[in-house]
Design a protein around this ligand. Structure first.
Ligand code: SF4
Length: 482
């Protein structure tokens, strides 16, 4: 068996976030976190807290929060978190403690994205993943793309999901059963993890064990996670929308998360009652390592326009009343790598994209197949690298921009844009000409280069521009018919 990898830099960083702070500081951070969750989720509480300093203090005290909300100075905190240096300097010690924690979590997230490029990984896979990261930035905009960490793998340990959330961004099917931790299944699972560690080294730690599934739907979920920890070297992130379904299960998950190195986990909150009950059941310190994703009605956070939310938007693009949906199509998909379902032994190579009529689930499927055992999975991954990840654009195929981009010819170049972002490439009339031909989407790379060279364009300059577009993920590897 492959040696267990050392902790990657992200899980190490997360571990250090705890060890570099005193126990007292961690208690205070956990209390601020709890207070912030309630403010973000509960409109009535939010009104009290923002009314006047006196009402804010009394509302917080009445609800049992052990911090003074006026000391947090929420407006300054918001400005500082948006990068305003003057607001940052004027923060109170309490607000600074909180913002430092949040910034550490963002740093953890960035490191997780970087950990996916482990040295053990095939360079062609790394270059392919980098192209997906770049493309996602243009398709979804910097702010949305920053939250996507592009793990190299995720595993489904059941089929479908019992929760049936109306906003499900990946339109999970109805729950159809789970993959039990039988001796045979456990052996296959461990073999699969060994293959992934062999192929991806430390990057295998960025993986997680759910997708369009609810972890708590598999009563053996924690056993699978224990194997994940033993074989990859870290406890993976879990996101569960059912933290109150079985408290023994939730406590078991919390115990596992404590055995660092681990990635922080998340609970999705579907209604305010669940938040209040969760706060009542677990102490702030117990929930410190769990981000609460506030999907409840009245939450300040918007839902992403992808999957099921697509059908709840009218023809004018306006979201229906009170659904709080982002009006611009986006994605909740995060993996640039392999989606593996252990129940039906299926595997797909996927990457995030802006949701659209063609790809409503917000991800591309570059290749799919099945496997009978771990060696078969290993062979599929090698095949995916060979067939989907050429290091330069295959010039004998049609060149086109992804269809979600709008194209515009500009002086000496061109611009492509979405609702979120615009990329402009300039440098001479040949770039405009090249952009126009790619936007037409009817020529192969060779035909475009031939036309340019016939027009007197330098071969090296033209091929370098083509490669630049390819490296930025701006040439579609699955173009629509012209
Ligand atoms: S959002 Fe998550 S919990 Fe809800 S239906 Fe989709 S996969 Fe299940």
């Amino acid at each position: 068996m492959t040696d267990r990898p050392k902790a990657g830099s992200c899980v190490q960083y997360y571990q250090d976030m705890y060890s570099k702070r005193s126990a007292e500081e961690l208690v205070t951070i956990a209390r601020i976190k709890r207070f912030s969750e309630r403010v973000a989720a509960d409109p009535a509480f939010r009104t009290e807290i923002t009314a006047s300093p006196e009402r804010a203090r009394s509302a917080a005290e009445e609800q049992g929060f052990k911090i003074d909300p006026t000391e947090l100075r929420l407006k300054d905190l918001k400005m500082a978190s948006l990068g305003n240096p003057a607001a940052r300097r004027s923060l109170t010690p309490l607000a600074t403690l909180w913002l430092d924690w949040i910034e550490d979590l963002f740093r953890f997230r960035d490191l997780m994205r970087e950990d996916g490029y482990a040295t053990e990984v095939d360079p062609r896979f790394n270059a392919w993943r980098r192209r997906q990261v770049e493309r996602t930035r243009t398709e979804l905009g910097q702010a949305n793309a920053q939250a996507i960490v592009h793990p190299v793998v995720c595993y489904e340990l059941s089929k479908g999901c019992s929760m049936g959330c109306w906003f499900c961004g990946v339109s999970a099917e109805k729950f159809q059963g789970y993959f039990p931790y039988s001796p045979e299944n456990a052996a296959l699972w461990r073999d699969v993890l060994v293959v992934m560690v062999g192929k991806f080294g430390t990057a295998a730690q960025t993986g997680f064990c759910y997708w369009a599934t609810e972890p708590a739907d598999n009563p053996d979920y924690l056993e699978f996670v224990r194997d994940f920890q033993r074989i990859t070297g870290a406890v993976p992130q879990t996101t569960s929308a059912a933290p109150l379904r079985d408290l023994a299960w939730t406590r078991g998950l919390m115990d596992l998360q404590k055995s660092l190195p681990a990635a922080p986990s998340r609970f999705s909150i579907l209604n305010l009652e669940t938040l209040l009950k969760l706060h009542e059941t677990f102490t702030p310190e117990e929930l410190l390592g769990f981000e609460l994703v506030l999907h409840n009605k009245g939450s300040v956070f918007t839902k992403n326009l992808a999957g099921r939310t697509l059908r709840l938007v009218d023809d004018e693009g306006e979201s229906k009343a009170n659904l709080n949906i982002n009006p611009h199509a986006t994605s909740i998909a995060c993996v640039s790598g392999f989606l593996i379902n252990m129940m039906d032994r299926s595997v797909k190579l996927i990457s995030p994209c802006r949701s659209s009529e063609r790809r409503p689930l917000g991800y591309r499927v570059h290749l799919e197949g099945c496997f009978s055992d771990a060696a078969d999975l290993d062979a599929f991954i090698s095949r995916a690298v060979e067939s989907c990840m050429p290091s330069s654009f295959p010039l004998d195929t049609r060149a086109a921009f992804p269809e979600v981009f709008s194209y515009r010819h500009v002086e000496g170049g061109f611009a492509i844009s979405t609702a979120y972002d615009q990329r402009t490439l300039t440098g001479g009339p040949f770039i405009s000409r090249m952009g126009d031909m790619i936007a037409e989407g009817s020529r192969t790379g060779y035909q475009i280069l031939e036309t340019l060279i016939e027009d007197g364009v330098d071969f090296v300059a033209a091929t370098a521009t083509f490669q630049e577009l390819y490296d930025k993920g701006l040439l579609d590897d699955e173009p629509l018919p012209a």
